[in-house]
Design a protein around this ligand. Sequence first.
Ligand code: HSE
Length: 420
Amino acid sequence: MNAEKSTRHSLRIALFGFGTVGQSVARILTELRPEGLELTQIFNRNVARKKVDWVGADVVWSEDADAVLNSGVDVVVELMGGLEPAGGWIERALKSGKSVVTANKKLIAYRGVELEKMAAEKGGHIKYGAAVAGGIPVIPGLEQGLAGDQVNRIEGILNGTCNFILSEMEQGADFNAVLAEAQKRGYAEADPTEDVGGFDARAKLAILMRLAMRVHVNPDEISPRPITAVAPIDFSYARDLGCTIRQISRAECVGGHVAASVGPSLVPLTSPIAWSRAMMNMVMLSGRFGGDVIFSGHGAGGSPTAVAVVSDLIALASGSRRVEIASERAAIGTESEVAHYIRFRVKDRPGIVADIAGALAKEKININAIVQKPGCPSDDLPFVVTVEPCKASALKRALDAIKQCDYLVEEPLDMQILSA
Ligand code: HSE
């Protein structure tokens, strides 16, 4: 051990939030005892009901955030989530020169640039390796291993809960039963809309876009499509088309413009993304120089997420700094041209396919296939039209025209089809 190391004191850590991830962080710190890290405080509301006997006896339990922030801790680990009060606590910690480690994707997606600047001004750091894809080191991978490339495309599965639900539905499970199971296991966000509505994934996509594509976008400009409209029949039709269904987050730089989308999509069974099941996440990055890189692993849950948090703490303790990645403000300004799957449910009568084909033709959208299973009831008949790559805006105009027709039982379900 060199002289500098032997005189440096351990980083005193305050844990904000003793839920699923917070407990796993405390467990790892207690069991592995990484050098240079000392858990000194745990903050939680109604802290008495949270106390456990397996953390060190010296650890102070508190429900007074101000007292913890004013104490002599070096690093605040924020695992409460949400924009406030977490944002205010993090600001105060950074302004007093402390460093912060957080898993808060929403806060980093909306305020990451500002908080990084705040940290740099006072000589601290803010690290958020756990904010995207849980235990998969995609953020350190981008900051270190891929900093030398120019990433032009991001594609993958960024929400474990949606992946769990859709991969179980693929096997015949019921949507609500699987969602309840994900919540019971502590995977899902407190409000399931964040997961199934695509808001959690879009925050993660915005963070990846900044680090990978160096564009700083407002997450609100990405309109997520929920997975709730996906029905068992869609898995059956997807299989007929050689595909399965996953929630896919996608961003691309096309001719200097940025495109981004989040929603349920058809994934060819030959794509590695289709192999990602249950709580796994997968991120495929396409670099201009290095080609494709795939990250895969456990994207949610206490222990995998805690590994990312503790890894950030170890990096801070060893004095490693994140690589400064400059990003430019950008608007979501273009659309990728991709193939689509559109599932209709109709009251049967002659002329429906002709009508749909006419609306698509008017927008110069080319039909690829029409698939209809025999034996379905004529008052609720599901069938599928796939179309060749087209702009989402052109398809929307065609679908808006089709929606005026009297034969629809429900709104058509439109999903992108990933290329193989
Ligand atoms: N709720 C998230 C998911 C985990 O299901 O992936 C935390 O980011």
